[in-house]
Design a protein around this ligand. Structure first.
Ligand code: PHE
Length: 455
């Protein structure tokens, strides 16, 4: 097994790549609607606690483990373990690979739809639908159940991801993040300004920020924790791989805080871009997952000609966000393959591109040709959604904090966080306390609740 030689060229490049992984469909598509659903400001408060108390600890854990070993999850956990326990942690590495693979395959479905909507907004097809909700929902229904049509859009998206990965760590992943992340920030700011200057926009801001504690159920609190982990891309080894690419002089604590803060800010900005426009145009904000594909096109169409521009801008934003996240997932799978086999980078990337795209196609077709196929009474897409939200990520996150808090040698952690004693690490006690007690407990509760109580 070889230790990786690759790394990002600069600290900024590293932060942008990690923020690129974190900022994705989770921020722009999922965060706004669950925030609305579970009580706006009340949910936001809980979410912020989870992100900064637990999410950032997981982020630090993964970055430390990755940079310390310069390996992927397949070798990293094992190499920091005392002999005798290494088999268990090697198996955990494989579980991370499996989780990444399932998340990527499911992510490709939504990314394919997003690519389709970029096309339909550029071609003007969305603009011709008018402002009748049933027609717009019907269009989405027809598109998503349209057999191979959405699959082709997904293939285009996966091919873009593959091209970036083939470029390598610095000229592919890092360069793409350096170009795409600033574009994403500009696009989201443009949308925020437009949305906030529409008449009646303040009602949307209120909906997003004013706390309604009556809507914040136990389920909402668990959703906040799940969302915090998913949004930061932690709990499946992606950040271990990015950690292994971090420059040696990088201050991991600071980097982790930057990533966490940027990811959270962009999620909030997405809410600010979406809700004021939805309220101003008189639509129902409780659109659920359909908010982006059914409600927003209606919002854009009711803005007149300018709406066409905003529709293109919005779906491009979504595409860019999805791209940098999917890139990190394929990068993780590629790095793992190269570390454990003799395959070259292009072969490893090609292999997982084919496998994930094929499985993504199956999940996409589960809305049409394969709708009759059920697993545990669920459609294939819903089945993988369940695995990807209730089982795999919480299990992986739990194992990661246990490893960081209890298994890896404390000296290695201190040495890595302090850059061999050159940085002050006054936060160490708090960090270790959270990693050893609070985080495992919280994750255990999420896991048990998810398995036994989630419908
Ligand atoms: N964080 C990404 C998002 O918010 C999703 C993701 C999860 C990406 C795990 C990589 C790894 O959409």
């Amino acid at each position: 097994m070889s230790t990786q030689q690759k790394s990002f060229s600069s600290n900024l490049g590293a932060i942008l790549a990690a923020v690129g992984s974190a900022v994705g469909l989770g921020n722009i598509w999922r965060f706004p609607y669950i925030t609305g659903k579970y009580g706006g400001g009340a949910f936001l408060l809980v979410y912020l606690c989870f992100v900064f108390l637990l999410g950032s600890v997981l982020m630090i854990s993964e970055l430390v483990i990755g940079r310390r070993t310069r390996r992927t999850p397949l070798g990293a956990y094992e190499s920091l373990t005392r002999k005798g326990h290494s088999v268990v942690w090697r198996m955990f590495g494989w579980l991370c690979v499996l989780t990444c693979f399932f998340i990527l395959s499911q992510y490709l479905v939504l990314s394919g739809w997003t690519t389709g909507y970029v096309w339909h907004s550029v071609s003007g097809a969305l603009a011709t639908l008018g402002t009748d909700s049933s027609i717009i929902s019907g269009f989405f229904q027809q598109f998503s159940t349209g057999g191979w049509n959405p699959v082709w859009f997904m293939v285009i998206f996966s091919a873009l991801v593959l091209v970036v990965i083939l470029g390598g760590v610095q000229k592919g992943v890092e360069l793409a993040s350096k170009v795409l992340m600033p574009i994403l920030v500009v696009l989201i700011l443009v949308l925020c300004v437009r949305s906030l200057t529409l008449p009646g926009a303040m009602r949307g801001v209120e909906y997003l920020f004013s706390p309604d504690f009556s809507k914040l159920t136990g389920e909402g609190i668990l959703a906040a924790l799940g969302q915090a982990l998913f949004s930061l891309s932690v709990g499946m080894g992606v950040m271990v791989v990015y950690g292994s690419y971090l420059p040696a002089n990088d201050n991991i604590f600071k980097t982790a805080m930057w990533i966490t803060a940027c990811d959270t800010l962009i999620a909030i900005l997405a809410g600010v871009a979406i809700f004021p426009a939805v309220f101003s145009c008189g639509f129902d904000p409780a659109g659920g997952p359909g908010l982006v594909f059914c409600v927003l096109p209606n919002v854009f169409n009711s803005m007149g000609t300018a709406g066409i521009v905003f529709s293109v801008v919005f779906f491009l934003l979504l595409l860019v966000a999805a791209l940098t996240s999917a890139i990190s997932l394929l990068e993780c799978l590629t790095a793992c393959t190269c570390e454990t086999s003799r395959l070259k980078r292009w072969q490893g990337a090609g292999l997982f591109f084919l496998l994930a795209t094929a499985l993504g196609a199956v999940f996409t077709l589960s809305f049409s040709h394969l709708s009759e196929v059920k697993m545990a009474g669920l459609s294939l897409f819903d089945f993988v959604d369940r695995i990807n939200s209730i089982y795999l990520p919480p299990i992986c996150a739990l194992c990661t904090v246990i490893f960081f808090g209890w298994v890896m040698p404390k000296e290695a952690m201190v040495d890595e966080l302090s850059n061999h004693g050159t940085l002050r690490i006054g936060y160490l006690k708090v960090l270790r306390f959270i990693a050893r007690f609070i985080a495992p407990l919280a994750l255990l509760v999420v896991l048990i609740w998810g398995i036994f109580f989630a419908q």
